[in-house]
Design a protein around this ligand. Structure first.
Ligand code: CA
Length: 224
């Protein structure tokens, strides 16, 4: 999952990026409203975390302009203002959740996970497909009830596919959602991750958990 952080305070931005990175997100960062508006308009995020008090363009304005240009990713607002008028205003312009500073990083990460799941229509923190169980909070996978060892990128690919189980996901979409913007991207690496996931999930090539639809992309086996 790919996250955008729009926060002008360097130390807080760094802490958020580290916490979300540890939680398995690819993170892009913007330090002012103008840059944040550009990133969120240009790229497809799974979640954006936006401070309200920002240089250049205010956080409320950034969110309103994203929504006006039909950017529908979930948005969590960070603010030092705790008045209910601000909360209502934020929710009215299209924010999905609110955290008041100072906050615990664990809380932000847990709420971000919940927003991402909610956007995918998933109500529980674990997703199960056949013998695969993916815990989106702990970022752990179990296969036939046994822990399965995945690298961070293997996990990200599987998580994205499992959160969109009925959709055909192209390599381009996977690339966009598992890497941050400044990452050296190569869509061939997606094929490598898919190949490794298949080996780990289905070493004897029996139940084909991940299907390839030629020229279109990948999806989880619909019979799971
Ligand atoms: Ca600020």
């Amino acid at each position: 999952m790919r996250a955008l952080i729009v926060e002008d305070e360097p130390h807080l931005q760094e802490q958020l990026a580290v916490a979300l990175g540890r939680a398995g997100y690819s993170v892009d960062r913007a330090s002012d409203g103008k840059e944040g508006l550009y990133f969120g308009t240009e790229y497809n995020y799974d979640i954006a975390i936006v401070d309200l008090g920002l240089p250049q363009i205010d956080g409320m304005d950034v969110i309103r302009r994203w929504r006006e240009s039909n950017r529908i990713f979930p948005v969590m607002v960070l603010t030092a203002r705790s008045s209910w008028q601000d909360k209502v205003a934020g929710l009215e312009i299209g924010a999905d959740d609110y955290v008041v500073k100072p906050f615990q990083m664990e809380e932000v990460v847990a709420r971000a996970n919940a927003l991402v799941r909610r956007a995918a229509g998933i109500t529980q923190s674990s997703i199960r497909l056949g013998p695969i169980e993916l815990d989106t909070n702990k970022k752990q996978v179990r296969l036939h009830e046994e822990p399965l060892d995945l690298t961070s990128y293997e996990y990200r690919v599987l998580e994205y596919l499992m959160m969109h189980p009925e959709e055909l996901i192209s390599k381009a979409v996977l690339t966009e959602h598992i890497y941050a913007q400044d990452f050296e991207r190569d869509s061939n690496t997606i094929e490598v991750f898919i190949g490794r996931l298949r080996k780990k999930l289905d070493p004897d090539n029996q139940w084909k958990p991940i299907e390839t639809v030629r020229g279109m992309g990948y999806r989880m086996n619909p019979s799971l």
